[in-house]
Design a protein around this ligand. Structure first.
Ligand code: ZN
Length: 154
């Protein structure tokens, strides 16, 4: 999926990021059988009992998707012949970059992504609103994530 494919979803993602600011938000871009993407917010449970054992971070500086909502979304999209395309989260006040923790989550502790076809979108949210978004796509030749700016319409 390219930044252009994702651009129509940016307003709903930005609204969600603003609604949880200054906490991180998270969600999924699910493509249906025809490849049409939609954004589905997933509650961020970082720092709560539901996240115990997954992360030491809180919602201020990390995200853990609510496990039941995540599972239901993935089961539903699979039943309908679609797929998980992009994992989305926001960065309050620190910019749209792929942090070390983001990379560790994507790589699952190894040198290869758990899901090489799944992309990551990081949305920068500040007090004034969303000011940047970047899409990170695994490049198997480079064995690294390639970065693409996704224009954000204020
Ligand atoms: Zn992050």
């Amino acid at each position: 999926m390219t930044g252009r494919d994702l651009q129509p979803l940016i307003p709903s993602m930005a609204a969600h990021a603003r609604s949880t600011y200054p906490l991180e938000c998270c969600g999924l871009v699910l493509a249906d059988a025809a490849g049409t993407p939609r954004f589905l917010p997933i509650p961020n449970v970082a720092g709560t009992r539901a996240a115990a054992g997954n992360s030491d971070r809180t919602r201020r500086d990390g995200y853990v998707m609510e496990p039941r909502a995540l599972l239901e979304a993935l089961e539903q999209v699979e039943r309908n012949g679609g797929r998980l395309a992009v994992i989305v989260h926001s960065h309050p006040d620190v910019g749209a970059y792929f942090s070390k923790e983001d990379r560790d989550i994507a790589l699952g502790g190894g040198g290869e992504p758990l899901w090489p076809d799944v992309q990551y979108l990081v949305i920068s949210c500040r007090a004034g609103g969303v000011d940047a978004a970047r899409l990170f796509t695994w490049n198997p030749q480079e064995r690294d994530f390639a970065e693409e700016e996704v224009p954000v319409v204020p």
